[in-house]
Design a protein around this ligand. Structure first.
Ligand code: GRF
Length: 198
């Protein structure tokens, strides 16, 4: 058997977004230049106007818009997402600025197979406005975290974290921009680590 026959099939990712999609673009670029051995099977947005959808379209990746407004119950919405992901054989789900809390209907369908990126050093500053939380706390260091998603918001096991300095005069926006640069290398690295762990 030669090396190509031994290699396991390329892992299929599903990326969920709600907005800008710069982390999605970073994942697309990492796959493109060989830092990440994976394929994005589908990008799903809950918002039709999410600018990040353009990154997927430009890369020839299938996109779906599934609006949460079309589903009365959170579980029904999550089941609809899971059905589309499973239909495409998605093995690892990457949340990239997806502004929806996942219910057990989703988390139980992909146990230890959902990742999220958050712009703080969790468990510090979970939830909304983590950069402002860091400034309000007088922190001199914040950062970014990629973690597994479980039923508790921003509290699943950490895969990778990286520190980012908080500088004098920072606003939430300047700190967010500095953290975002780090997110763009951290997320592909974390996805690769999870894939390599098997
Ligand atoms: C990032 O800061 C990410 O950490 C957080 O939401 C933001 C998404 O940005 N979860 P983008 O849509 O990937 O540009």
């Amino acid at each position: 058997m030669d090396a190509s026959q031994k290699r396991s099939p390329t892992p299929l990712l599903g990326v969920l977004i709600s907005g800008r999609g710069s982390n999605l673009k970073a994942i697309i670029d990492a796959i493109g230049d060989g830092r990440l051995d994976a394929r994005i099977a589908v990008v799903i947005s809950n918002r039709a106007d999410a600018p990040g959808l353009e990154h997927a379209r430009a890369a020839g990746i299938e996109t779906l818009v599934i609006s949460h407004r079309a589903h009365a119950a959170r579980e029904d919405y999550d089941r609809a997402l899971v059905a589309e992901l499973q239909k495409r054989g998605v093995a690892l789900v990457c949340l990239a600025g997806f502004m929806r809390v996942l219910s057990p209907a989703f988390v139980d369908a992909y146990p230890n197979r959902i990742l999220n990126i958050h712009p703080s050093l969790l468990p510090k500053y979970p939830g909304l406005h983590p950069q402002q939380q860091a400034l309000d706390d007088g922190a001199t260091v914040s950062g970014a975290t990629v973690h597994f998603v479980n039923k508790d918001l921003d509290a699943g096991p950490v895969v990778l974290q990286r520190e980012v300095p908080v500088l004098p005069g920072d606003t939430a926006d300047t700190l967010a921009a500095r953290i975002l640069q780090v997110e763009h290398t951290l997320y592909p690295e974390a996805i690769a680590a999870v894939i390599n762990q098997g």
